[in-house]
Design a protein around this ligand. Sequence first.
Ligand code: PLP
Length: 481
Amino acid sequence: MSLLDVATAAFATKKPPGILALIGDTPLVEVTQLDTGPCQLFLKLENQNPTGSIKDRIALSMIEAAERDGSLQPGGTVIEATAGNTGLGLALVAGAKGYRVLLVIPDKMSQEKISHVRALGAEVRLTRSDVTRGHPEYYQDVAARLAEEIPGAFYVNQFGNPANPLAHERSTGPEIWEQMRHDVDAIVVGVGSGGTLTGLGNFFNRVKPRRGIEMVLADPTGSVLFEYVKTGKLVESGSWAVEGIGEDFIPDIADMSLVTEAYEINDEDAFAVARELLRKEGIFGGSSTGTLVAGALRYCREQTKPKRVVSFVPDTGNKYLSKMYNDFWMAEQGFMQRQPHGDLSDLISHRYEAGEVITVGPNDTLLTAFKRMRDADVSQLPVVDPGGRSIGIIDESDVLVKVHRDSTHFNDHVETAMTDRLETLPPTSKIQDLLGVFDRGRVAIVMDGDKFLGLITRTDLLSYLRRHMPKSAAPVEREFS
Ligand SMILES: Cc1ncc(COP(=O)(O)O)c(C=O)c1O
C-alpha cells in the first residue's frame, strides 16, 4: 500500500461530525394567525437546518455525489461561487469531511456573511460585485477559473449540478409527502438556482401525476422569472433586496415548465409579511420567507375550494437582524414610511424623543463614550445633560486628543473633551445650511427651540438624497445567490 493509499483509506474511514445527520427532517408547522382564505397553509422550517438554511441539503447532496463519482478526492478543494447560504452549507459539510473549501464572494456582501463562512473554516476570495456574466472578474467565472488552476479542485456549480435538485427530490419532497399524510394540493416555492422547484416538481409529478399538485412560483419584483413563466419572454432584470431568490437568467437546472402559477412580490410586501409572520406566528424567517409566504397567502385567498398548501421558511431571520428586522435600515431604504414633516427633521434617522439616539452624559468617562461609539458604529455622540438638553458633542478626535499620550485619560469625564460650540439648526433650515455645517467638519444638531430632535450626519443626507432619487435613474443592483 502506498502512502497515498494509506492516507486515502484513513480519510475514507474517518467518521464525520454527527451534525451532518441533522440536515433535513425539518418540522412542518401550520399557519394559524394569518388569513389563509379557505385554505390551510403549512410552512416547512428549513431555518432549522444546522447552518440555518435549506442549502445544507444540497451541500450534502452535491459533496456526496462528487465523492461517489470521483470528482472530489481526499485532500481535494471544494470551490463555489456563492455569497450566501450555499457557501455556509458547503463550508459546514465539506469542512466537516476534511476538504479545503474556497468560496468566491462578490465584495458587496455583508461582513457578517463573510465572517460566518470564515468562522466555519472556509477561505474567501473577494471579487467585484459590479461586473456581469462574461467579465473575467464575475464571481462565477473566477470560481470556474480557480477550479481549473488548482489541482484536485472540484467546482460545485449549484446552478448546473444535478445533485442539487436531486437533494429535494429525494429528501425535501418525501418529507413533505409524509408530513402532509399524502394530502397536498399546492407547493409555493422561490427560485434561486431552481433546485427546489425542479426537485420538488419531479417528485410530486411522480407521486401525484398529471399536474395533480400545483407548483406555485413566488418571485421578487425585478427578477426575470415571473415574466418568463407568464409570457415565455426573457425581459431585462431590475433590482430587488430580498436575498436568495429571483434571477436575471434561467439557471440550467431550473425546469420552469413545472410552474403552474406565479406571483410577483415586491420587497416592501415581502419584508412586511416576514415581520408579521414573526410577530403573529413566532416564525423567524429570512427575507425570502416574506416573498414565499406573501405569494402563498395570495394563492390561498384566491381559492374558492379548501386546499392544503405547503411553503417554506428557507432560512433564518438571524441573518437579517441588521436589515429587514431593523427599523432604521427599513426607514433608510424607504421600506417603512414615517410621517413626513416636510422639513429638516425628515433627515434625522435616529430621533431623540423616540429614545433612538445613543448619547453620553457629561460625567460619563471617555472610555464609556468610546465604547458606545464602537458598539453603535458611529464616530460621534451628542452629550446630553440629566435635564435632556444637548450641551455638547464628542467625537473620536476629541477622545484621541486626550488619550494619545497617556491612556489613563480614558477615565476623564466627557465634559473635559467635548465640543460645546454646537452647530445647531432649526428644523426649518435648508439643505444648503447643512452643507455649510459639514464643510466645517461638524455634524448638525437639530433643535426645535430648546428641544433636541436629533443629529444629521453626511451619511444621513446621502441616504435621504438616495431615497429621493427618481426610480428611472437608479442603477440596477444585482442579486448573488
Ligand atoms: C434564501 C433562499 N435560498 C434558496 C432558496 C431556494 O432556491 P433554489 O433551490 O432555487 O436555489 C430559497 C427558496 O425559497 C430561498 O429562499
